[in-house]
Design a protein around this ligand. Structure first.
Ligand code: FES
Length: 133
């Protein structure tokens, strides 16, 4: 399957100190939640608008000196890579990002196919991790 670039927001909407959050899709899954941050060099970076710690929107956080601070429990992420800067644990999910005709675009994962209750129960019985919603 070829990658698809999705328009997130206008580049002139992106703020150097606060992420901008958008819903880009109607799957109802986390992948619809995207936020855009600016690196200290002024490069926009799109990322999943969900902290890897808990279900808190990173778009509610603050950016300072290239670090995005989650409003939940203040984990810190490098805005360029999504890596945690305070501990070597799970980082934020960063997407390939570009600017075209004044629009920030990103390659997002495709929505997951709906899973029947039977399939879900069988996956649970096999001990597979819970699917992202
Ligand atoms: S929810 Fe982000 S640090 Fe806890």
């Amino acid at each position: 399957m070829s990658e698809t670039w999705v328009r997130i927001c206008r580049i002139d909407e992106v703020d150097a100190e606060r992420p901008i959050g958008r819903i880009v899709g109607d799957s109802g899954q986390d992948r619809d939640r995207v936020c855009v941050v600016l690196t200290p060099q002024g490069v926009p970076v799109a990322m999943l608008d969900r902290c890897p710690h808990r279900d808190i929107a990173l778009s509610g956080g603050l950016i300072k000196d290239g670090t995005l601070v989650c409003p939940g429990h203040f984990w810190c992420f490098d805005v360029s890579t999504g890596a945690r800067t305070d501990l070597p644990e799970r980082g934020a999910t960063v997407y390939p990002t570009r600017v075209v005709d004044g629009w920030v675009e990103a390659v997002l994962p495709p929505p997951k196919e709906p899973q029947s209750m039977r399939e879900w129960l069988l996956a649970q019985a096999r001990g597979e991790p819970r699917g992202e919603q």
